[in-house]
Design a protein around this ligand. Structure first.
Ligand SMILES: Nc1ncnc2c1ncn2[C@@H]1O[C@H](COP(=O)(O)OP(=O)(O)OP(=O)(O)O)[C@@H](O)[C@H]1O
Ligand SMILES: [Mg+2]
Length: 389
């Protein structure tokens, strides 16, 4: 695997064949995995188990963790060939580790950044967790006391939905800002469940914006102009500490606007083999933007999403990405979690939908890790490739 093709100087990200997983290890669990994960095909089972964990706050650690050590059955059941109850030491250790992790994350303080940070959450591959990451990281930062704005620049409007924001056709939206030139302050709505979290929603109007933008003046920098103007002369919510822009799964003019407006690119990568295909095209585009439109743009953060600890593939993909982007990949990865996928249907982030779930804990941990990392603007300005090692 290499990230740059020596002959063409084209950035490439390839991943070699991954080691086959022995059949008897395919179900092995050596990480913190939630029962949610196991439940993709067993929906009735998973929800009840998660609920059982959530409804027993005194236990602190949900049933999810129980299944991390006992993936093949109820831990109360005797192991095959064993009459009495199984040895509980690994289970106790896992429970303790989970409780300690939760305490550590909750005690970690988040300070406002010295300069407001604008991150574009992008990956032209669809369904890798861009929107999920945007709204949950934003909610976690806001719950930690920061002022956070999510800009939904995806015509699908998924981030607006997930934050419980009204975004039917007549609502003032990011379309009015980017295409009509309205002030950003005129379209902001506060998330009903998370004080301090605001959203510039996307409506269906945005679907035509790619074409309408083509003939407009300064078509690539219209979002940047609006953000800069707002941050210099802020409206009611005040200056935002973090602005996260949720991009569509394409590299059109809306995504270009997001790249020009940001200093940092935040790439969610799904822990599966195909997820890496197309990464080189994304990095190539970021380099072009950096060279021609926004010299400070750099990939600051990569988050591994939908991590399935039962499979070697997830671990191998995460290891490959970490090897090539050691400074960018967050230590925290987000597990595949039914709670995370259920939350948007309730117009909520997982942080408010089920704060005790492993998904909520992971996003809180990822957000705090992101906030603790000082952005390397100087590196970006010194001409190193777009965030590359
Ligand atoms: N950690 C997770 N566990 C389980 N499901 C998840 C997880 N993260 C995301 N999903 C689900 O995967 C689907 C795709 O996620 P999401 O919409 O965030 O991806 P996206 O990259 O924004 O997609 P698009 O490219 O269409 O904008 C959604 O149904 C979401 O609920
Ligand atoms: Mg999305």
């Amino acid at each position: 695997m290499g990230w740059r093709n020596a002959a063409t100087r084209e950035p490439t990200v390839t991943i070699g064949p991954l080691a086959p997983v022995p059949a008897d290890e395919a179900g092995a669990v050596d990480h913190d995995v939630s029962r949610e994960t196991a439940a993709d095909g067993e929906s009735s089972d998973d929800v009840s188990r998660e609920t059982a964990g959530a409804s027993e706050p005194s236990a602190e650690v949900s049933r999810e963790t129980v299944d991390a050590v006992e993936p093949h059955g109820d831990p109360a059941d005797p192991a095959p060939g064993q009459d009495g109850p199984p040895d509980s030491a690994p289970l106790a250790a896992a429970l303790l580790a989970e409780a300690q992790r939760r305490d550590r994350v909750q005690q970690t303080e988040v300070r406002p950044p010295q300069q407001p940070r604008v991150l574009t959450v992008a990956n032209q591959k669809g369904g890798v967790g861009k929107t999920t990451t945007t709204v949950n990281v934003a909610a976690a930062l806001a719950q930690s006391g920061l002022r956070v704005l999510v800009i939904d620049i995806d015509p699908q409007g998924n981030a607006s939905t997930a934050l419980g924001i009204d975004h039917h056709a007549e609502v003032p939206s990011i379309y009015d800002v980017v295409v009509e030139g309205d002030e950003l302050a005129t379209v902001l709505q506060e998330c009903p469940d998370v004080p301090g979290l605001w959203c510039a929603p996307a409506t269906i109007d945005l679907a035509g914006a790619e074409i309408e933008l083509v003939s407009l003046v300064a078509r690539e920098s219209r979002l940047k102009r609006a953000i800069d103007h707002y941050q210099q002369t802020p409206g009611a919510p005040g200056v935002f500490d973090y602005i996260l822009v949720d991009c569509p799964p394409s590299l059109g003019l809306l995504t270009v606007n997001a790249f020009v407006a940001a200093t940092e690119v935040f790439i969610p990568i799904q822990c599966e083999y195909y997820a890496l295909e197309g990464l080189s095209q994304l990095l190539n585009n970021i380099e072009l933007i950096k060279a021609h439109l926004n010299p400070v743009l750099h990939v600051s953060t990569i988050l591994m999403t939908m991590y399935d600890a039962r499979t070697r593939l997830s671990a191998q993909v995460a290891d490959e990405v970490r090897t090539h982007f050691p400074d960018q990949v967050l230590k925290t990865s987000v597990p595949r979690s039914v709670r995370i996928s259920e939350a948007p249907s309730h117009g909520q982030t997982v942080l408010t939908y089920d704060p005790s779930s492993s998904g909520a804990l992971s996003y809180l941990e990822a957000a705090k890790e992101l906030a603790s990392r000082v952005p390397k603007i100087e590196d970006a300005q010194s001409g190193s490739p777009a965030g590359r090692p």
